[in-house]
Ligand binder design. Structure first.
Ligand code: AMP
Ligand code: ZN
Length: 459
């Protein structure tokens, strides 16, 4: 077995080999906690949770996913809502963990918070100044990109071209437009910590470099995040860490997930199409969302629509349908292994479309089987595959009865139908259609007739 991973730095798929035999370190840039996570934010969390599960089959993994709890977006949210920063961050940290938990994301081994690592950041910044890679100017400390020869290597950008092409208004204290902030001054009403450069707060990039160093060491095996983070965030992390560590490489493999769009459009606040996981899980089972997120290869774009959800729901119905009613003893379950081809697909740069095809091949074999012993061992293999990918975690009977979290309970469905009928009576067809869509996304089909409206689960 060799796990293959696509490394952004090398630009190709390569065999994975950890620095230390039998042990792996992985860092994923986590959320900035000023709001609920949207479905795009859930993609890296789910995809790299799956990678963590695959790695744990072979290695002792230390997986860190940070929390950015000091950031200007958080400060802005505090001003806007009049709520203290600590209250905002505590609330959204908890919500993030609950929402990701609902999608089957296992907790990381370490969840470092930026505000608890300010001392590590200050130390690292001090080292960078000492090395001549950073400079202090007007209460700011900036990283001097010109001091790092390999700047631009990860994102395949040429620093000279970047400098020549930059049109942004450059802050007067910067040597070059691309120099980025490691430390900035705070006014009394903003969060701040004492430092050799006055009271201030860290820039975003240094947070990750410092937390990765503290919890995983100077050189980590895998660094992951969304594609949008390659530049500038990861390029900057890479430069800071290498310069602070005498040139030692920061991450041996860089992994980036593709972007998620909604109905073929970019998700954005201004378009009003931001889907929060917190809301989605009210009416859609977490496994449906998880499967929908894993349906496309992680490096490909993924479009989210009513059809994406419906297709994932149909697939789960097929998987649960195959194992339904088959008694699997604890021994058979404990002894079962997922199919080799399923694991091989996942170990091939997380090829989830192929792995899911193998999962369905197993379900078909089970549907065809007649001998009880064969049925039991095939069903046990399905549960074993489910445990790896994070699906089939509910009881099949409960699944079909709609008793799993996220399934709309019958009384809520009835209420929505009443609301829809009232909206229709008031000729508010937009509202009536919105309720029909909400029910349809939740896997509920409604049928209007002269006698009234009936509903059923499933298409
Ligand atoms: P942020 O809070 O914006 O730093 O995002 C947290 C994580 O979500 C990062 O890894 C981003 O790359 C990722 N992310 C944000 N939007 C999307 C999207 N539409 N599709 C996929 N990943 C995303
Ligand atoms: Zn980061």
């Amino acid at each position: 077995m060799t796990i293959q991973l696509h490394d952004t730095l090398q630009g190709r798929k390569v065999p994975f080999e950890p620095l230390k035999k039998g042990e792996v370190t992985m860092y994923l840039c986590g959320p900035t906690v000023y709001n609920y996570a949207h479905i795009g934010n859930a993609r890296p969390a789910v995809v790299f949770d799956l990678l963590a599960r695959i790695l744990r089959r072979h290695y002792k993994l230390t997986f860190a996913r940070n929390i950015t709890d000091v950031d200007d977006k958080i400060n802005a949210a505090s001003v806007e809502t009049g709520r203290p920063i600590d209250e905002i961050t505590a609330r959204y940290i908890q919500a993030y963990n609950e929402d990701m938990g609902a999608l089957g994301v296992q907790p990381p081994d370490v969840e470092p918070r930026a505000t608890q690592h300010i001392d590590v950041m200050i130390k690292m910044i001090g080292k960078l100044i000492e090395n001549g890679c950073a400079y202090e100017a007007e209460g700011h400390v900036l990283f001097d990109v010109g001091s790092y020869e390999r700047y631009g290597e990860l994102s395949k950008r040429d620093l000279r071209e970047m400098i020549a092409g930059s049109r942004v208004e450059v802050a007067p204290y910067k040597k070059a437009a691309q120099d980025f902030v490691l430390w900035k001054p705070s006014t009394p009403e903003l969060p701040g910590w004492d430092s050799p450069w006055g009271r201030g707060r860290p820039g975003w990039h240094i947070e990750c470099s410092a937390m990765a160093e503290k919890h995983l060491g100077e050189t980590i095996d895998i660094h992951a995040g969304g594609m949008d983070l390659v530049f500038p965030h990861h390029e900057n992390e890479c430069a800071q860490s290498a310069c602070a560590h005498g040139g030692a490489p920061f991450a041996r493999y860089w992994l980036h997930n593709g972007f998620l769009s909604i109905d073929q459009t970019k998700m954005s606040k201004s378009l009003g199409n931001v889907l929060l996981v917190h809301n989605l899980i009210e009416t859609i089972p977490g496994e449906v969302i998880r499967l929908a997120l894993l349906g496309a290869h992680y490096r490909q774009p993924l479009d989210w629509s009513a059809e994406t959800i419906a297709a994932a729901r149909r697939m789960l119905d097929r998987l649960y349908g195959a194992v339904r009613g088959i008694a699997v003893s604890d021994e058979a379950r404990a002894a079962a292994e997922p199919p080799e081809a399923f694991i091989a697909a996942l170990e091939d740069d997380l090829n989830t479309p192929k792995a899911l095809a193998e999962f369905f091949a197993l379900a078909r074999a089970l549907n065809k089987a007649n001998a009880p012993a064969e049925m039991e061992s095939l069903a046990a293999a399905m549960f074993a595959a489910g445990d790896v990918i994070g699906l089939l975690q509910s009881d099949p009977e409960e699944w079909f009865a709609g008793d799993v979290d996220g399934e709309l309970p019958a009384d809520k469905i009835e209420t929505l139908i009443k609301e829809r009928n009232a909206a229709k009576a008031e000729r508010d067809f937009e509202r009536a259609d919105a309720i029909r869509d909400q029910l349809s996304d939740a896997g509920i089909t409604i049928q209007d007739s002269r006698e009234g409206t009936t509903w059923r689960r499933g298409a």
